[in-house]
Design a protein around this ligand. Structure first.
Ligand code: ZN
Length: 276
């Protein structure tokens, strides 16, 4: 098995400090947290931008500020989101202007349920193809966000259209509590792994209580693990996590106990076929 790539998803685009006061929202908080997560064992940091009021935005200047600040302080791989429910599609792609090494690429439409409201997150096939082409043209490695088995058909479509470089890097987002979500169970994860196109490497996120079991199963199955406040703000049931770095430390510790070494950012670049 390859060494384990740990991704820290610090902020997300939905819940904010009301869910956990330690959730970083502003660029200075996010830069500081990215460095701490890198020290704790994260090879990749997944970023969202927030405005001054803490609302999710697709703002190229904020992404630029965060990307430059992190790059000046450590060598962690920066992965900007091109997602964010409710944000206009033509704004979402501007996070690529900050020249991250990686970006997320959402592989279909889901509807999140948050505070009693439905949050549609629309990603059409034509839009996915356009985002993939923009990443390929700029040498940005996509992490394909796959929320259910049907979305693997969209990965196959990008392969057919010759819009992806090998290895294909897929993140299974398990346990989204909305339309199009797929519960984070061992059987469901095994199903997703069985359906992977040849030449793929997989990462696993689990939402809420699915985070820790999905991360652990991913390690055992040869996949990689994403943790952080975007996916879960608790350390354990009824106890808020103190920081993203605390969650990264736990994943790194578990990996070592299970005989899986943790990849540095440079080792992750090699595993993912990326040039620095
Ligand atoms: Zn995200």
């Amino acid at each position: 098995m390859d060494k384990l790539i740990i991704t820290a998803a610090l902020t997300g685009g939905i819940h904010g400090k009301e869910a956990n006061p330690a959730l970083p929202e502003q660029p200075d908080e996010i830069i500081r947290e990215a460095v701490r997560c890198h020290e704790a064992g994260a090879a990749v940091v997944h970023l969202h931008a927030r405005d001054r009021a803490g609302r999710g935005v697709a703002d190229a200047h904020i992404f630029g500020e965060m990307n430059q600040g992190i790059r000046a302080r450590c060598g962690i791989i920066i992965q900007n989101t091109t997602g964010g429910p409710g944000l206009p599609i033509d704004e979402r792609i501007t996070s690529l202007d900050a020249k991250p090494e990686m970006a997320s690429l959402n592989m279909g439409t889901v509807v999140f349920f948050h505070q009693g409201k439905e949050l549609p997150f629309i990603n059409l096939r034509s839009e996915i193809e356009a985002f993939a082409k923009a990443m390929l043209d700029r040498g940005i490695k996509p992490e394909m966000e796959v929320y259910n088995p049907a979305m693997l058909g969209e990965v196959e479509n990008l392969i057919r259209c010759d819009l992806l470089a090998r290895p294909y890097y897929i993140n299974f987002v398990m346990g989204v509590g909305g339309m199009g979500g797929y519960p984070g169970t061992l059987k469901n994860l095994a199903t997703m792994i069985d359906l992977l196109p040849p030449g793929s490497i997989f990462n696993v996120s689990g939402i809420g209580r699915a985070q820790l079991p999905m991360n652990t199963m991913a390690m055992l199955c040869g996949g990689h693990a994403r943790t952080g406040f975007e996916d879960c703000v608790n350390y354990r049931r009824g106890e808020l996590a103190q920081s993203n770095a605390q969650l990264v430390e736990r994943v790194a510790r578990l990996a070592r106990e299970l005989g899986r070494e943790v990849a540095t950012s440079d080792e992750a670049r090699t595993i993912l076929g990326m040039k620095r």
